[in-house]
Design a protein around this ligand. Sequence first.
Ligand code: C5P
Length: 221
Amino acid sequence: HPRRELAGKRLLVTAAGTREPIDPVRYLGNRSSGKMGYALAQAAAARGAEVILISGPSGLPVPPGITIKRVETAAEMHNAVLADFDAVDIVIKAAAVADYRPELAAEQKIKKTGDTLTLSLVKNPDILYDLGQRKKRQLLIGFAAETEGLIEHAQEKLRKKNLDMIVANDVTLPGAGFNLDTNIVKLVHRNGMVEALPLQSKQQVAEIILDKICAMLTNST
Ligand code: C5P
């Protein structure tokens, strides 16, 4: 990259979905592939950042020069992110974290004895919310995947989680969202400004997100 504008900066990205165990062979999961987060990690490393990628299960290749930490559950991701948080300058939370997990993971494979099976779920910690409470100098960027009320929900999350920017994603649009190579997003800023980006590759979206981060870093020094 001609401008190694993130040299000397440490950037933590989370990517992919979490898996919440039901029993030794089953889990609750979601459709996140990790493509957006991995594209961000690669693009940030190309700009000279020291990148830590905390990833849920994903078959994607790990870009060279990146420290990868693999996790499975939201609780493991929570621990991994908090362990590195104080040492980083920028956090981008592109992971699709399960909001709930089975209250108990059965020790043995659950047998198909009944005609119905009820799982009791408990709430997972909101990792990004916790980071927003703790943050000092860090820039915090979140993602919001929505199927309705895109901007309103994104603005509310930005405020509630004390973020610097949120990337809002209407996952119902063709060309946007899970498991695709393209995305259509709106960038929602702290000052209320909303920028709608056209359909483009996740690599291109990653570059624009990093451009905004670099601009925020310049403005804050
Ligand atoms: O509230 P919602 O899940 O829609 O917010 C999405 C953002 O919050 C994403 O950046 C996601 O990584 C993060 N998040 C989190 N921990 C959770 C749930 C979401 O860090 N338990």
